[in-house]
Design a protein around this ligand. Structure first.
Ligand SMILES: Cc1ncc(COP(=O)(O)O)c(C=O)c1O
Length: 289
């Protein structure tokens, strides 16, 4: 089986097994009694009970909890496979269009970072009493109009999709003093598709330089959503380019450390090329309507 098919079957596995997560072609995790996993993949983490034992302290693990557990195991396995340090890839759970109850379930199972891309949809969750307890981190990952910046400045910890100075200026003005500067990534349109948001690669260095004028923003790195590909090598190409762009910014003196790249269908390619945040919706919460 090719690696790209392996990755796609992560989602198909969920469908085919009626919500029960299947490790679908990822060998060497050790948990299913096949071959032993590499030590780094077996080290017990916060989700140490293995996914195929659906109990946790006597309670039945919810479907989302077991998917989350499988996903975290898979990320650990991909880190090991691609020589990435254990824990270097963080999971952003993309909860867009999904109800607050699902976010609460994932949070109860240990997930802290959630990604939204419609402010109206996000607002209901931000204000939901089940989700106002401390410990949730909200990331805005969608296109942001300059007249809608206030909610992001006041309620989010991260913006992954910055691509306009007007938006940056407003966020800088609106970020409350009692909060840390807003962590931002510049979105890059690597494929040049007119329908996609993001700056052209050649615009990024000047834009990054211009962001230094905004003390209430902290530039963390780059984000991209490449055109879909099914082959692993083809998927890796744009992610490699984004990594090289980040390295270029670092050489120019920028203190950037973040590559926000990789979704359900191209997570392995992104991890192989250095993703530090993978933004995963479907594999965790199921298909969106
Ligand atoms: C910017 C962004 N990142 C990540 C995702 C998650 O994608 P997937 O459901 O394929 O994991 C989405 C979903 O639409 C998205 O818009």
């Amino acid at each position: 089986m090719s690696r790209s098919r392996t990755r796609i079957s992560i989602v198909q596995g969920y469908r085919a097994t009626n919500g029960r997560p299947k490790r679908a072609g990822l060998p060497n995790l050790g948990a299913a009694g096949t071959e032993p996993a590499p030590e780094s993949a077996r080290t017990p983490g916060p989700f140490s009970p293995s996914w195929h034992h659906p109990t946790l302290s006597g309670l039945t693990m919810s479907e989302i909890a077991s998917r989350l557990h499988a996903l975290n195991q898979q990320i650990a396995e991909l880190e090991a496979r691609h020589d990435r340090p254990r824990g270097s890839v963080k999971l952003l759970a993309v909860s867009k269009t999904k109800p607050a109850s699902m976010v609460a379930e994932a949070h109860a199972a240990g997930q802290t970072a959630f990604g939204e891309n419609h402010l109206q949809d996000a607002l209901g969750k931000l204000d939901d009493p089940r989700l106002t307890a401390a410990g949730l981190e909200w990331h805005f990952i969608g296109p942001l109009q300059s007249n809608k910046t206030r909610l992001v400045a006041e309620r989010f910890q991260w913006l992954h999709s910055l691509d306009r100075l007007k938006v940056a200026r407003r966020l800088d003005e609106q970020r409350p003093e009692h909060l840390a500067p807003l962590d931002v990534c510049i979105q890059v349109n690597l494929s040049g598709e007119a329908s996609k948001s993001g700056l052209a690669p050649e615009e990024v260095p000047d834009f990054a330089g211009a962001l230094q004028a905004f003390p209430r923003l902290r530039l963390r790195g780059l984000m991209s959503i490449p055109a879909p590909e099914t082959d692993l090598d083809a998927q890796r190409t744009p992610f490699r380019r984004l990594r090289e762009m980040l390295e270029e910014l670092r050489r120019a003196g920028s203190d950037v450390d973040t590559l926000s790249m990789g979704m359900t269908a191209d997570m392995e390619a992104a991890i192989a090329e250095g993703a530090t945040w993978v933004r995963i919706g479907t594999a965790l919460f199921g298909h969106r309507d």
